[in-house]
Design a protein around this ligand. Structure first.
Ligand code: PLP
Length: 383
């Protein structure tokens, strides 16, 4: 028997009380029972997004909501600025190209966040761009982007700020209204502790005005249609009913914990993971701006095949973490610490990592990483 643990940046583990809901008989979505759940969920999402705007629920994955942003806000040939700090930033550029937009890409070296000066320079050179599309947390590199600064720059330039917060919303503070985030996106299989299948997108007044002018074709992801339906606690199409039932419960859990405490928990787990990496003589990919969602650790140079680390952790110890993607494959590993994740999940992950690094010949004293995690917790509890 081997117990298994999921420490990936999506899907993340699902709490038992939510999993139990999925065993119940399905209900129909054009009923008062569903409408009552939906109404509650709409309120809960406003709390999560820290907004007065309507948060629309789409039955799709995160990429679907990114596509909805592209097709609902622009017309063919319009220029947009994309911040490519990794695989998901690159996705904005690909989406923009696919739909006939004209993306100007800021390409960052892996592990870097955009510098406000760099973005301001790009905005100066491209004053005709309509929007800045970026990730609040670039999952492929474990970098946190300066969202508040990006939104300020976009607002001053009269551009829209379109924030993919798929591994950020519900992980760290991203107050949509206070920071003037014009469009905010998240997905169910991340901090919301649900299976994949739902994405959420909120637009503020400025974004709805852009939507009214936008001419790109759209059908399934027509946000006007969704807004109209959702105002009546309905969805335009058949939704992922069961996941919406789960969402009601996960939003209740987040509200009970309190967003501020949720952010504090993630901050503690992220700091513990980073301290463990340091204690194990491992380098972080994101040296300056590490995300509290996921920690990307550079594979030490004495380990030739970095892909072995997640593989052995999973096959021998039952601990699933993520490796690197594309050009980072075999070069980094990514330990996730958000969603339904608490202090002893980090200890499990670091313990398994230590065993595998030891087996692969990385030089350190066993237990150093775990000790660093424990010290981080002990210090936090004394404050
Ligand atoms: C930052 C970010 N953006 C977009 C996506 C794509 O979401 P999905 O795989 O749900 O389509 C992910 C998924 O991991 C992500 O982490």
């Amino acid at each position: 028997m081997m117990k298994t643990y999921l420490l990936t940046p999506g899907p993340t583990p699902i709490p038992e009380n939510i999993s139990a809901l999925f065993a119940k008989p399905i209900i129909h979505h054009r009923t008062p029972a569903f409408q009552s759940i939906f109404e509650d969920v709409r309120q809960g999402l406003k709390y999560l997004f820290q907004t007065k705007n309507e948060v629309l629920i789409l039955t799709t994955t995160g990429t679907g909501a990114m596509e909805a942003a592209a097709t609902n806000l622009f017309s063919k040939g319009q220029k947009v600025i994309t911040i490519n700090g990794g695989k998901f930033g690159e996705r904005w550029t690909k989406l923009a190209k696919t739909f006939g937009l004209n993306p100007v890409e800021i390409l960052l070296p892996p592990g870097n966040a955009v510098e406000p000066d760099q973005l301001e320079e790009c905005v100066r050179q491209h004053p005709d761009a309509k929007a800045i599309l970026f990730q609040a947390s670039e999952t492929s590199t474990g970098v946190v982007m300066p969202t508040q600064e990006i939104c300020r720059i976009a607002s001053q330039a009269g551009m829209l700020s379109i924030c993919d917060a798929i591994t950020a919303c519900g992980v760290f503070d991203l107050p949509m209204d206070d920071w003037g985030i014009d469009v905010l996106i998240t997905g169910s299989q991340k901090a919301l502790m649900l299976p994949p299948g739902l994405a959420m997108i909120a637009l503020n007044e400025k974004a709805w005005k852009a939507h009214a002018q936008a001419e790109l074709p759209r059908f399934y992801f027509d946000l006007s249609k969704e807004r109209k339906a959702q105002a009546k606690n309905q969805t335009a199409w058949t939704p992922a009913i069961s996941i919406i039932q789960g969402l009601q419960e996960s939003l209740r859990m987040l509200r009970n914990e309190g967003l501020h405490n949720v952010f504090k928990r993630h901050d503690l787990l992220a700091r513990a993971t980073r301290n463990a990496a340091k204690a194990l003589d491992l380098e972080l990919l994101a040296r300056k701006a590490p995300s509290n969602a996921v920690t990307a650790v550079v594979v030490p140079s004495n380990i030739k095949d970095g892909k072995q680390i997640p593989k052995i952790m999973r096959d021998q110890y039952g601990v699933t973490i993520a490796g690197g993607q594309d050009e980072l494959e075999g070069k980094i590993i990514r330990l996730s610490h958000f969603g339904y994740c608490d202090r002893f999940d980090v200890i499990t992950g670091i313990s398994a990592l230590e065993l595998v690094l030891h087996e692969l010949g990385h030089s350190f004293e066993l237990g150093q990483g775990v000790a660093a995690v424990l010290r981080t917790y002990a210090e936090a509890s004394q404050r």
